[in-house]
Write a protein that binds this ligand. Structure first.
Ligand code: NAD
Length: 325
């Protein structure tokens, strides 16, 4: 690929080293209804990466040529009410890297300074690529108190499994994981889950109630985007507990709202990562080795074999898949 000539004054040119595959990339690859309505072709996809700065625009101050960086993928306008009140992650004019503008599945990528994150040079580069989804897990786990509390994580995809490690590092327990795929139940176990439940083959609610002395879990982290998993969480949460919802649902879900009202629960919707509070938290967890991403990254594949990575994601026989460029 030619090195892009144009660079805006607030942009940085990056030589991409590692790029990981997100569920959103899979949706674009499958060209589902959401992708057809949202993506304007031709466009380069991908948004999770690590790489080296090779050129900086004239107003850039945060990084220099040679720096090892990753980036937040939600690009805020910095001028709207949300941005000006410390809520850049829910900017009213948000653009997403690799969705609304060219992304990073390429040798070189242009990224605005406002979203850049300077990596600790000692952080392995393939791990640095998956900090963005790790941030989803960190933001969800830290949205309510989990220390010394029982936690149910519904869905053990890459982010659910990251949440297991994060919750454990922050002192949660017992950690119960509900998942329907054997590979991922096994992955959750390897990443520190205390109990596994498979709602496809057993009475998950009874098992969760037995584990929690028939009280229910203090916190539910919804990470599946599946209606029955969400309802299992609603049923299993203890009165006064909380449910944090990261999962994205492809249709409206029916919800027993009165049950939630009478139990006095708190419900959090989670989008992206707090900028940049979540990044500092995840960086601290990573750099102090309280979490080990090598237990979650199951595949590092040469970029030319990208199809293999997308196939694995479709099958669900993987944790995080990283492409080496
Ligand atoms: P993933 O699709 O890889 O994982 C979801 C897991 O849920 C799968 O392993 C699947 O087998 C499991 N599952 C399906 N039905 C289930 C059920 N009934 N009970 C228990 N588990 C069930 O997704 P991921 O990449 O780990 O992301 C987790 C979720 O978060 C997805 O819904 C994704 O779309 C969403 N997401 C949201 C944000 C955000 O900003 N809110 C960002 C990234 C991802």
């Amino acid at each position: 690929m030619d090195i892009p000539e144009e660079l805006r004054e607030d942009e940085v040119l990056i030589k991409v080293k590692y790029a990981s595959i997100c569920g959103t990339d899979l949706h674009i690859y499958q060209w589902n209804e959401w992708a057809q309505n949202r993506i304007k072709t031709p466009q380069i996809g991908g948004h999770e990466f690590s790489g080296e700065v090779i050129k900086v625009g004239k107003n850039v101050k945060l990084v220099e040529v040679g720096d090892f960086v990753s980036a937040e993928t939600h690009i805020p306008c910095t001028r709207c009410k949300m941005c000006r009140t410390g809520n850049m992650h829910i900017c009213l004019n948000m653009e997403i890297l690799g969705v609304d503008r060219d992304g990073i599945f390429a040798e070189y990528a242009r990224v605005p300074e406002v979203v850049l994150w300077k990596n600790d040079p000692s952080l392995p580069q393939h791990m640095a690529s998956v900090q963005e989804p790790l941030g989803n897990a960190v933001y969800t786990v830290t949205s309510g108190d989990v220390s010394g509390k029982s936690v149910l994580i519904t869905g053990a995809g890459p982010i659910g499994v990251m949440a297991v490690q994060v919750a454990k590092a922050l002192g949660a327990g017992p950690i119960i994981v509900s998942e329907v795929k054997d590979f991922r139940l096994d992955l959750a176990k390897k990443n520190g889950a205390d109990y596994l439940v498979n709602p496809a083959v057993e009475d998950a609610y009874s098992k969760i109630m037995d584990i929690t002395q028939h009280e229910g879990v203090d916190a539910v982290l919804e990470m599946s985007g599946n209606e029955s998993a969400f309802n299992l969480g609603m049923k299993s949460v203890i009165p006064g507990g909380h449910i944090s919802i990261l999962g994205l649902f492809d249709k409206n879900v029916s919800l027993d709202i009165n049950a939630g009202v009478f139990k006095n629960i708190t419900m959090y919707g989670i989008t992206g990562r707090k900028m940049f509070e979540t990044w500092y938290k995840l960086s601290s967890l990573l750099n102090t080795k309280k979490i080990d991403l090598d237990k979650i990254i199951t595949d590092v594949i040469p970029f030319e074999n990208w199809q293999e990575g997308f196939d694995k994601m479709e099958e669900g026989k993987c944790g995080k898949v990283v492409l080496e460029i």
